[in-house]
Design a protein around this ligand. Sequence first.
Ligand code: NAD
Length: 740
Amino acid sequence: MAYKNFTIETDADGIALVTWDMPGKSMNVFDMEVMDELEAVLNQTVADDAIKGVVVTSGKEGSFSGGADLTMLEGLLRQFHAESSRDPEAAAKELLAQSRRMSLLYRALETCGKPWVAAINGVCMGGATELALACHARVVSDADAVKIALPEVKVGLFPGAGGTQRVMRMTDAQAGLQFLLQGRTLDGTKAKAMGLVDEIAPKKKLIEAAKKLLKAGVDPKKPWDKKGFKSPSGKVYSPQGFQFWPAANAIYRRETFDNYPGARGILQSVYEGLQLPMDLALQVESRYFASVLKSPEAAAMIRSLFVSMQELNKGARRPADQRPNKIKTVGVLGAGFMGAGIAYVTAKAGIDVILLDRDMAAAEKGKAHSDDLMTKAVKRGKATAEDKDRLLARITPTTDYTDLEPCDLIIEAVFEDRDIKKTVTEATEAIIKPRAVYASNTSTLPISSLAEASKRPKNFIGIHFFSPVDKMMLVEVIMGKKTGDKALAMALDYIRAIKKTPIVVNDSRGFYTSRVVMTYIREGLMMLGDGVPAAMIENLGRMAGMPVGPLSLADEVALDLAWKIVAATRKDMGDKYVAGPLDNILEEMVIKRERFGRKNAKGFYDYPQGGKKHLWPGIPEVAGKPKAADAFDVEELKQRLLVMQALETARCFEEKVLTDVREADVGSILGFGFAPFTGGTLSYIDAMGTEAFVELCKKFTKKWGPRFKPNRLLREMAKNGETFYGRFAPAAQEEEKQVA
Ligand code: NAD
């Protein structure tokens, strides 16, 4: 039988080599057609008496499969929502049946009576890892490309095709749960240490090793299908289990505050499933999976963290008429904290870097940062000594502007000082090619005003990195008033080359991300002024879904910087500025007590040397005596922290600082960790409903002050019953552009 996505070759020993190789795709993914074909392949190999065993592998270089095509799940959901208004029960049953398909197919493979061995040659994600786990043995290649994970929890789901059940029956409970709940990626060695993989073979001998294993005899009956099976960590109801499960539940709550139905589904499936035989356990897992799949959190996370992120990564905002740029050399000006990080990620992408600073010692120090990072990577086995040498050879430290001559792109990261930036811009433009693009990594100075120092403002743009540069995935591109499409295309091509996610925003004080996250910090300080205990404020932030509390963040950003921003706003607004508790608290902290935050180890927290940070006991001296915690409505305060950020985002949208709903959402999660389970700042408003959101803003305005006043766009949308994704759907935008 011929298949579109699979080939079968049976050798003289009766071993069928099933190779999965989807035509026209760089990576294999599971869609409905692949599942149909895999089922037919399974039936064929079972029916054919000449076949004694099967090796399943991939025809793609460096990857086995990326897992299930999430757009397929999105399709199931759309169908469910369309049908559930008519017949909710039938719609739910259909969703369960459809979303169980993969689980049943894998179970059929597992119990088919013939041994299957997965030969994993590279990236193996989600549904593909679950396929491998359903096989009777797994061999992985020793190539660096091997990466094994069940990352579903990161998009609000969980491994629902047997993954939760098989992992927990193959490895010890703690390691298994961590693997599932964190969606962590394992290399071959780690996967083998956990018992999830049987053998590691040289890359070129992978298939040979898998066949050899089969010939030596692989039991086609799984241990859990035999009498007397015990999972590695014993029974749930056992003295061991009594110690483990309550603690696991407590850790889950501490880490997630029960905000993620996907994570909750893992714990439920595992806890209940481990007490049941496999078929029933899989049924339990499927039921939880279907209910998680239809949760608003999963829909929001799939949309923002998978669909939109992919679209932005592929250049959704790139001007289509611009030719792709080949970026060979990038000049980084300023080899300090940010410049050193930018040089590293650039060189890592195979681009030559000219790293310029005021003196050679500073430039060399910037390069040493790459040396440190690569030395650590070599130690951890993530890179080889040759990788390190190659990367370091790409970075040329200098103090001489003429070295910048070959650069296609310049990224300036010198001190945040307008005059210094002006001098550096002029000196650089005197050397670089006329078509080279000049970008500033400023975090606060408007790009249009910095561009005044440039002779070619069309080629002047903002490329705003986040710290630490090597870890943070977002880059915010800022269009100055005169920035042209050519500069935008260059910035986006560069960000794509370094494998980060871009958002494109228009100039504004603090651009998008800094502007919005400052409102979170401000709200935390306002709460202090309202008498909310400091520890409660920090907990509220985390409970609302933010990665850290607002006071911690204030300390990280630096209180003297926050004080400077307040002073600048006050100067800008003149008589209209209304001073509040925020001004007093910051003045007390910064001016009177020189508590600047983490940078001088004194802020809202104390940072004892070598010890753990803790809240500064003197906070009541600057903020007044706190009220009792139960004087406040916890839910309302949690909302207050998120509503303020969502409202500021809506203002950015009205002012056209933001022009794309996807960028607002993706930028909020990747840039400042806005509660990921909401899908981002605008998804948060849409999920609540614009009308309800506006009502809440009005209530908060009365109770907490005019900063909560809903903007005109929101009021108008509430009146018309519109949502952001309805009114500003990216596709509709395209049409609008075409009409215009
Ligand atoms: P930094 O003080 O660590 O580094 C600045 C570097 O610029 C120093 O090495 C300094 O010697 C060099 N420099 C100063 N004047 C120079 C000149 N005339 N010519 C050449 N080099 C010169 O500062 P940083 O934290 O890396 O910040 C750099 C820029 O990045 C600033 O504009 C800042 O606003 C922005 N930024 C910082 C962060 C952050 O978290 N620190 C985040 C985003 C953006």
